[in-house]
Ligand binder design. Structure first.
Ligand code: AP5
Ligand code: MG
Length: 192
């Protein structure tokens, strides 16, 4: 199984590029943000708890996320060629927990793809998306908070994967297609 983490700040294109990776490499998409939004829509206990954090642009507590991911990994076992984690891990504690879970299964993260995008571009993209996304966290104030939390709490996850030797930065700017071409080259160099 091929396990990949797609990483980057809010609006960096994690969801957009994941869709293309799934199609090309036959991976399962595990997006913690999508799972949580689905729980909110269905009015579950998990959704009601998560909503209080998401709507303020704060992180949902690690223990909730880690439990949720462990279930998803077991559900997906053997069903696809691999998994792409989007929006997870988002704290060093989550990265360590993921490593432990995969190690127990004799698996590991092969690649951590960091999407590097300037702050101005992120704000521009999220402002455009807010017109149609219907996401409660796509308001100017919450976007600002999400970016702050990313800088303070999430960005240290990069150091974890640098130490693991799996960190790769995608620095290309341009269209979705142009960026995907750089991603393909990186993934192919790992897969082949
Ligand atoms: P999550 O859903 O993960 O949101 P996020 O990290 O803020 O990222 P986004 O989904 O907003 O952006 P993206 O990188 O996917 O970019 P996209 O492809 O959409 O998390 C939401 C919340 O859930 C968190 O704040 C937290 O509360 C909670 N949560 C989730 N996971 C958690 C965890 N592990 N632990 C704790 N809490 C958690 O692209 C953005 C826009 O740009 C789109 O409109 C797209 O069309 C456009 N675009 C993409 N690429 C390009 C391009 N090259 N050129 C022009 N436009 C582009
Ligand atoms: Mg996303």
């Amino acid at each position: 199984m091929l396990y990949i983490v797609i990483f980057g700040p809010p609006g960096s294109g994690k969801g957009t590029q994941s869709e293309k990776l799934i199609e090309k490499y036959g991976l399962t998409h595990i997006s913690t943000g999508d799972i949580l939004r689905h729980e909110i829509e269905n009015g579950t206990n998990l959704g009601n708890t998560a909503k209080q954090y998401i709507n303020k642009g704060q992180l949902v507590p690690d223990e909730i996320i880690i439990g949720m991911i462990e279930n998803k990994i077991s559900e997906n076992k053997n069903q696809t060629k691999g998994v792409i984690f989007d929006g997870f891990p988002r704290t060093v504690a989550q990265a360590k927990a993921l490593k432990e879970t995969l190690t127990q299964k004799g698996e590991k993260i092969e690649l951590m793809l960091y999407l590097e995008v300037s702050r101005d571009e992120l704000i521009k993209r999220l402002a455009i998306r807010s017109e149609t996304s219907g996401r409660a966290d796509d308001t100017p104030e919450t976007i600002e908070n999400r970016l702050k939390i990313y800088e303070e709490i999430t960005s240290p996850v990069m150091d974890f994967y640098k130490q693991e030797g799996t960190f790769r930065a995608v620095t290309k700017t341009g269209t979705v297609e142009e960026i995907f071409r750089e991603i393909e080259m990186i993934v192919d160099s790992v897969v082949n």
